[in-house]
Design a protein around this ligand. Structure first.
Ligand SMILES: [Zn+2]
Length: 269
């Protein structure tokens, strides 16, 4: 009934700096009319007039991989739609939001212009990239035998105000200063942040941290590589150079049930 199974091309995966993009409306429905499983993807919407729309391609980052979704605007000549949440309903990406007052709406097939909230995207990209820097710093300290050899990258969350990276294995709280110093060293090198598409075999062999859950599609595995220090399979958005992160501050190191959690934030310099 609902064309929510048509693939949306996630343009941010290959053109991460794109802030505006013209596309057509593939489908648009009131959120309340969606099947229960699709409706459940969204947090309680701001009001009952929320709509969900799809386009063949999008620059809006969908929530996932520990990174929040983009927000922004989708505009036709007659109507303006404010995108509040973007969710994956594989292979489609769903944009949920509300129209500006009045009765203006989009029609199926209508041409619209997408524009993301650039400030928010930039902050998300800085925090996300900083999470990789924390991971690499800890991997370097392991290689230098300054941290236990059994430490392995775990899950991460890059939300403003509550960002953290987890590791299997115990990182002592006393290592915080060493981690901060290594992070500062990496950031001060102004390393480039590059995106590659590797075969699954290469990603498994060459990436610094490989989670079991990583995904491969027809392009291969999307990998982010920082200088020549290391790389991670990743679907998120990043800055182009570590100098854009600002100051990356290690907030704390906590251990629970064999997992170490390193919390951090980025600060303007
Ligand atoms: Zn990433």
């Amino acid at each position: 009934m609902f064309p929510l199974t048509q693939r949306t091309v996630p343009l941010y995966q290959k053109e991460g700096q794109l802030c505006r993009h013209t596309s057509q409306i593939t489908s648009i429905h009131p959120l309340s009319c969606l099947p229960e499983d699709a409706r459940a993807l969204f947090k309680p919407p701001p009001d009952s007039t929320s709509y969900v729309l799809t386009t063949p391609s999008t620059i809006f980052h969908a929530q996932g991989g520990g990174q929040p979704s983009d927000t922004g605007i989708i505009k036709s000549k007659d109507a303006t739609f404010h995108v509040h949440q973007v969710r994956k309903n594989e292979p489609a990406l769903l944009h949920m939001g509300v129209f500006d007052g009045g009765n203006a709406r989009f029609q199926d097939g209508e041409e619209v212009e997408q524009s993301i909230n650039v400030e928010k995207r930039r902050l998300h990209s800085r925090i996300h990239t900083a999470g990789h820097v924390i991971g690499l710093a800890i991997n370097v300290l392991v290689r230098e035998a300054r941290l236990p050899s059994n430490i392995v990258d775990g899950k991460a969350s890059h939300y403003p105000g509550s960002a953290f990276v987890e590791f299997l294995g115990l990182i002592p709280g006393t290592a915080k200063a060493d981690i901060q110093a290594k992070v500062d060293e990496l950031v001060s090198q102004d390393l480039d942040v590059k995106i590659h598409f590797w075969t699954e075999a290469k990603a498994r062999t060459d990436c610094t941290g490989v989670l079991e859950s990583f995904k491969s599609d027809e392009d291969g595995v999307r990998v982010v590589e920082i200088g020549d220090v290391g790389s991670y399979p990743c679907g998120g958005t990043h800055v182009l150079n570590l100098s854009e992160c600002g100051k990356v501050v290690v907030r704390g190191v906590k251990r629970q049930k064999g997992v170490s959690k390193v919390s951090y934030e980025v600060q303007d310099t």
